[in-house]
Ligand binder design. Structure first.
Ligand code: PHE
Length: 342
């Protein structure tokens, strides 16, 4: 909830809190009040490990919800697996996470799909075939998404003109953007997190780049400085949720959320809400409160009506769901452009 990607934690927590609060107001689960215990990982792998260890050994939790960032879920999952306590990541898309053991789940889609969504969007919707990639060398998420995008884009007849790294820790992007500009790429794929993208978007404009900027779910949380926004380079990213979705379950969630927090929910909050709802549903259905049976109940989640889609957990402990593509508007809001099915 603090650290470089603090929005990931605070906004996910809002959704989790709401799901639990709603269940408690209806009398709880199995007639018991549900308690949330949260620790701040500060965006650091070692803190994610100690948080999960403490949740298990000190707090004796039934289910762990988290982490958001893939690098942190990759660090935390082996701990949950070794103690055999079920963990559900609401948002981590790196494919390896759920391969770390049979107690590790996620309620979101994974990178191979997300990469293909943006490759399809570039080629089929935008009709653009020459791409540059700008990835974060320090992020497992960024590498995985960049690689899956690149493979699919090439398979579909696209060309990757240049593929460069930056360091999110150092925060310098100018040299890479100048190199990209010289290739005349018509797309720049930037699978980074919102804090980096907040710097990259205005800098690309300042340098005089004329390309469409594309990214993944890690752009959620993006806030552009009003001076940087007009005229903005066209920018789109793949995501799990759009608050514009007309579905009644989504609109009900959006209005309850607005009432609670005074603003519309973003994708992180929706993902948090769904992960918590799935955990509560599994605890309700489980034959008892043992980790083994709660694990079984999570694994048997089918056609669960979430706000990020209908969720079924497959045999790899991942969720298969459609993605949406959102456009970053000059006002800084995100508008719905397309849905892309698995
Ligand atoms: N998918 C990102 C990751 O795996 C996390 C994320 C999801 C961030 C949704 C923002 C919104 O690292």
């Amino acid at each position: 909830m603090t650290g470089a990607e603090s929005v990931f934690g605070t906004d996910t927590h809002k959704g989790i809190w709401m799901a639990v609060e709603e269940a408690n107001r209806k009398g709880g689960i199995r007639k018991k009040h549900i308690k949330i215990i949260s620790y701040d990982t500060e965006g650091k792998a070692e803190k994610a490990i100690s948080a999960v260890t403490k949740l298990i050994n000190h707090d004796h939790v039934h289910v762990i919800l988290g982490e958001v960032a893939s690098s942190l879920s990759l660090a935390a999952a082996p701990v949950a697996q070794s103690y055999q306590v079920p963990m559900i990541s609401p948002a981590s898309t790196h494919p390896k996470i759920t391969q770390l053991g049979n107690y590790i789940f996620r309620s979101c889609f994974i990178e191979p799909f997300q990469g293909s969504v943006m490759a399809k969007f570039a080629i089929n919707h935008l009709n653009l075939k020459k791409a540059a990639i700008l990835r974060d060398q320090e992020s497992e998420y960024s590498h995985a998404l960049a690689n899956f995008f690149s493979d699919d884009f090439k398979k579909m007849g696209g060309q990757i003109l240049i593929d460069l790294n930056y360091s999110s820790r150092a925060g310098n992007y100018r040299a890479q953007l100048l190199k990209i500009k010289s290739t005349k790429a018509d797309i720049i794929f930037i699978p980074g997190y919102y804090r980096e993208v907040e710097k990259i978007i205005p800098l690309a404009k300042e340098i005089g780049i004329r390309a469409v900027l594309l990214g993944g779910d890690g752009w959620d949380g993006l806030h552009l400085n009003p001076q940087d926004q007009s005229p903005l380079l066209p920018a789109y990213f793949s995501h799990h949720f759009s608050a514009d979705d007309k579905n009644a379950a989504v609109q009900g969630f959006v209005s309850r959320f607005e009432e609670q927090y005074g603003h519309r929910p973003n994708g992180l909050s929706a993902l948090g809400y769904d992960a918590a709802s799935i955990a509560l549903d599994a605890i309700q259905r489980s034959s008892d409160l043992s980790p083994k049976n709660i694990r079984e109940a999570i694994a048997s989640t089918r056609n669960f009506q979430g706000v990020t889609g209908v969720i079924s957990i497959n045999s790899d402990r991942n969720a298969i769901k459609p993605a949406v593509v959102l456009k970053v508007e000059p006002s800084g809001t995100f508008s719905y452009v397309a849905s892309i099915n698995p």
